[in-house]
Unconditional design. Structure first.
Length: 208
């Protein structure tokens, strides 16, 4: 089985990827394929399943044909707050180009459209983090047994949480990952999201 996982940075992508991996005894994980299709790093633990990730990419750069395409999306308010906390501003690299502010928001909208399309199995990070029932639904869809062993972990990827680093490792679900935006509630980008008509509809997806 080949899984392709797309996500934006600071969106909880690695947490969900490693939750999926906990269900796979025999796998190779290829992290964050670059524009040439080469991973940043690889964890080889067998070849029965391959799972590779694409972060902030506009296209799948792998030469493989995945059996399942997954797209992970976090709500735009907390996603924005985590980027600003990490970088000091709203910016990140899309493919290999640095983009800022409105470009970042438009890129999020592109990801949202893919998340809603039939081409992808969309995973709502907020629901995944907060609802065991939602995780059971995903497991049923994937043919997995119940396994939440990874839910307590804070991963090394991205140096852990933008707000907490790795200090909640072992008790990750105590982190306030769904309340980060309140620390930046007066930031112009947060205010723009709350007043943008398209984002108002997107926020309903996350009950915000």
């Amino acid at each position: 089985m080949i899984y392709a996982v797309e996500h934006l940075q600071r969106s909880g992508g690695h947490a969900i990827i490693f939750w999926i991996i906990e269900h796979l005894n025999n796998y190779t994980f290829q992290n964050n394929l670059n524009m040439q299709g080469a991973p940043t790093d690889t964890i080889p633990k067998g070849n029965k399943n391959i799972i590779y990730s694409l972060e902030n990419k506009t296209k799948d750069t792998s030469s493989k044909t995945p059996d399942k395409r997954i797209l992970i999306l976090r709500d735009p308010l907390n996603w924005t707050a985590s980027i600003i906390k990490r970088r000091g501003n709203m910016s990140f690299y899309k493919n290999k180009k640095l983009i800022k502010d409105n470009e970042c928001l438009e890129f999020y909208k592109d990801y949202y459209n893919k998340y809603k399309s039939k081409e992808y199995y969309g995973i709502n990070y907020n629901k995944w983090f907060s609802s065991s029932e939602y995780r059971r639904e995903i497991e049923a869809d994937f043919g997995f047994d119940k396994n939440d062993k990874s839910m307590t972990k804070v991963l090394k990827y991205g140096s852990g949480s933008s707000f907490d680093g790795n200090k909640f490792d072992g008790k990750a679900q105590n982190m306030k990952t769904l309340e980060r935006w309140q620390k930046f509630k007066d930031h112009p980008i947060i205010l723009k999201i709350q007043t943008d008509e398209e984002f108002k509809e997107i926020l309903k997806e996350f009950n915000l």
